[in-house]
Design a protein around this ligand. Structure first.
Ligand code: GLN
Length: 196
């Protein structure tokens, strides 16, 4: 049995926990860096990346999150969470956690259409998935080992780089838990490997 945490400094935390529970795994809100030791995988939710970064610094999370990544544990960034994981950010000199080999641009679907829903085909997950976008970022460029999982209007909106999964949209805001379930599988596989 795996236990998955949801970074709970700001943003859509409860919905992710419910989605994980719907997938049959134990889920906990992570409010202190020490709690990272209890979990096998971590979801970084949507919200506001600049606010989340400020809170990550305030609560001294950065080194522990980098160690969590270096230990090979899966991390799933949704929307602002994807911005936190990216190695490169358009218009910024420094990344935040900077572990996923993608370049991400913030707020890239225009100010007029702040939020919208689109039907996406997600590779290995679903031919039709209801994706909710809220002031969403997108992946401008992906490293050679990054698997592109979904595009919307020609832009990359979901990708996987080994242990790291990221998407522009909010998979926790509908009753469709298939993308969360895909991450749960990643966590189970990673845990099995460390037990062998
Ligand atoms: N626009 C937000 C940011 O740049 C992300 C929005 C979201 O997570 N829904 O941080």
């Amino acid at each position: 049995m795996v236990k998955i945490g949801v970074l709970a400094l700001q943003g859509a935390v409860r919905e992710h926990i419910q989605s994980l529970e719907a997938c049959g795994v134990e889920a906990i809100a992570i409010k202190h860096k020490e709690e990272l030791n209890e979990i096998d995988g971590l979801i970084l939710p949507g919200g506001e990346s600049t606010t989340m970064r400020r809170l990550l610094d305030k609560y001294d999370f950065m080194d522990s999150l980098k160690k969590f990544a270096a230990d090979g544990k899966p991390m799933f960034g949704t929307c602002a969470g994807l911005i936190l994981l990216a190695k490169n950010l358009v218009g910024y000199n420094e990344p935040h956690i900077g572990v996923m080999d993608v370049t991400v641009e913030r707020n890239s679907f225009g100010r007029q259409v702040d939020s919208f829903e689109a039907d996406l085909a997600i590779r290995n997950v679903a031919t039709s998935f209801p994706a909710v976008f809220i002031r969403a970022p997108h992946i401008v460029e992906a490293g050679e080992n990054v698997e592109i999982l979904a595009k919307h209007e020609g832009r990359i909106v979901a990708a996987r780089d080994g242990q790291f999964l990221g998407c522009s949209f909010h998979p926790e805001l509908t009753e469709d838990h298939r993308f969360t379930a895909y991450f749960v599988e990643m966590v189970k596989e990673a845990k099995e490997k460390t037990l062998v």
